[in-house]
Design a protein. Structure first.
Length: 228
């Protein structure tokens, strides 16, 4: 009697993933930096990796194209999207407006449990920045922004903010590596947190917009240095 191969047994024992689940996995790999900008994606390779047919992979790729996390080029195929400097600046301009609104709403809508989570996450950010741990700092900063978005109590706003956030994450840790940016961000987030805890919606909006403006200026300078 011929025994099935280990790969065949694994494939048979693995639950079939939906197109949405495949999309989640590919998206997570992109945002985690496991799939880097410019990496080529093929339906066959992804189907084999996730033990699915090419149909859910094809649907997943279409959704990621809508989210602009992957792009399709003639004669090349599908690759992880690469942001041009002009696109990054444009995204930061949009992010400034959206996150200003998030902070304004959060100052008015934040609940006690969210306030505690926000404070705890800020403390994690501060410790990571002090230790120079870029990875932990970025994780905590992302968590802070997500909690803040939740505080806005607007599903539509959360959706737009996360869409911009995901596209900007294609830059990797570029902004955190700019000298002094992490330390400056801690000061900015502390002031923002104080305004939100005080319920000062106008100050919260202004501070969060200024925070993004500072990031934009630092990114523009980094582009100038990379050209020189």
């Amino acid at each position: 009697m011929t025994m099935p191969s280990a790969k065949a047994r694994t494939k048979r024992e693995t639950p079939t993933l939906s197109a949405e689940q495949v999309c989640d996995k590919i998206r997570s790999a992109i945002l985690a930096g496991e799939l880097r900008p410019g990496d080529k994606l093929t339906e066959q390779d992804l189907a084999e990796e996730y033990f699915v047919s090419r149909t859910p992979v094809r649907e997943a790729i279409r959704q990621l194209e809508v989210e602009r996390l992957v792009s399709r080029t003639r004669f090349v195929g599908v690759t992880v999207a690469q942001l041009k400097p002009s696109e990054i600046i444009e995204l930061l301009d949009i992010r400034e407006v959206l996150e200003g609104l998030v902070a304004r709403r959060a100052a008015n809508e934040i609940q006690p449990a969210q306030r505690t989570r926000l404070r705890k996450t800020f403390d994690q950010m501060a410790k990571s920045a002090k230790d120079g741990d870029v990875t932990r700092y970025l994780d905590a900063a992302l968590a802070f922004r997500r909690i803040l978005a939740e505080c806005s109590r607007s599903e539509t706003l959360i959706e737009y903010v996360m869409a911009i956030e995901n596209r900007l994450r294609l830059m990797g840790n570029r902004t955190a590596l700019i000298p002094g940016r992490m330390q400056a961000a801690i000061v900015e987030h502390k002031k923002l947190l104080q305004a939100i805890e005080a319920g000062d919606s106008e100050a919260a909006e202004q501070l969060n917009r200024e925070r993004i403006q500072h990031i934009r200026a630092d990114v523009e300078r980094s582009f100038s240095f990379s050209i020189l």
